[in-house]
Design a protein around this ligand. Structure first.
Ligand SMILES: C[S@@+](CC[C@H](N)C(=O)[O-])C[C@H]1O[C@@H](n2cnc3c(N)ncnc32)[C@H](O)[C@@H]1O
Length: 292
């Protein structure tokens, strides 16, 4: 499975302004690339609380970061419950919090998770298979045509949402959807490839956002993160598409000047060099604020 290359790593480290013995939260631990670098900066005594919804990823990353001993505290859970997770683990007044949203390369590369349109697998897409029940197949098989169109438009910005929704409705009458390949094939019958972008990209993005209620989770977590920061502490958020970036941008703008300083008046994007070395970074945007 492909390793996950952390995006905007040096920009995150510089932007969070961490120093020795700072305590931090990585709300999206993933493969632990950002976490490892933050643990190194916060040595010798700073702690990193790493939250991860995906149990399998958490177990793997525990192994990767075990050399940091008690300084690394892995937490299984959804960052939507940041407040509760913090209370249960006596976390407060941290100097830095990072959200690096989305899915890791390892999870996308694992066909059994159903995130990839490039490999056949169950149409699942749940980040946390132990806590979530609704899968992408449930949505594809149960939403009305109108609900599918809205979903593909709003979360996927899919220009041919109606044609794809109709195709799904027609096909599922005889054969309910259960695999990624079945959905990809249905999409390809009404949408042809133009350029580098795969025709199923937008629909898969929309389904993933819906299955995991990603907009709801980040909307709930951001104010909780601000409450957990110490005065002078910093919050960094990396987004990968316009819908989630809009949520972060609007929330940051809504905060009173007396409470925060926005460090990224202009959003930070990966250099051309990083984009070439790590194509997954292409759409990344980093926003940072400091709590006053
Ligand atoms: C882009 S990856 C993070 C990669 C990480 N920064 C690294 O360097 O390896 C995002 C991770 O956050 C997890 N995740 C996404 N949404 C989550 C949520 N609401 N709560 C907890 N974890 C979440 C995903 O399972 C995934 O492993």
């Amino acid at each position: 499975m492909p390793d996950h290359v952390p995006v905007l790593l040096s920009e995150v480290l510089v932007g969070l302004h961490l120093t020795a013995n700072d305590n931090v939260i990585d709300a999206t631990l993933g493969g632990g690339g950002h976490a490892k670098a933050m643990l190194e900066v916060c040595a010798p005594n700073g702690k990193l609380y790493g939250i991860e919804a995906d149990e399998r990823t958490l177990q793997e990353t525990k192994g990767t970061l075990n050399s940091f001993g008690q300084r690394f505290i892995p937490l299984h859970g959804n960052f939507r419950n940041l407040e509760e997770l913090a209370k249960a683990n006596n976390i407060s007044n941290v100097q830095g919090i990072l959200f690096d949203l989305g899915v890791s390369s390892m999870t996308i590369g694992d066909p059994t998770r159903g995130f990839s349109f490039q490999a056949d697998g169950p149409l699942d897409m749940r980040f946390d298979q132990s806590a979530q029940t609704t899968t992408a197949a449930d949505i594809v098989n149960e939403y009305s045509a109108l609900q599918l169109v809205q979903l593909f438009r709003e979360y996927g910005e899919e220009p041919v949402a109606e044609r794809i929704a109709q195709r799904i409705i027609d096909e599922r009458r005889s054969q309910p959807f259960s695999t990624t390949l079945q959905l990809v094939t249905a999409i390809e019958t009404v949408k042809h490839r133009r350029g580098r972008i795969h025709p199923a990209t937008n629909v898969f993005q929309a389904l993933r956002i819906a299955v995991n209620d990603e907009y709801g989770a980040i909307t709930t977590a951001l104010p909780a993160a601000l409450r957990l920061l110490a005065n002078g502490g910093r919050l960094a958020v990396i987004t990968f598409h316009s819908g989630e970036d809009r949520i972060v941008k609007r929330w940051m703008k809504s905060l009173p000047d007396a409470d925060v300083t926005i460090n990224t008046k202009h959003v930070i994007a990966p250099t051309r060099q990083e984009q070439l070395a790590n194509p997954r970074s292409r759409s990344a945007k980093l926003r940072i604020l400091t709590k006053i």
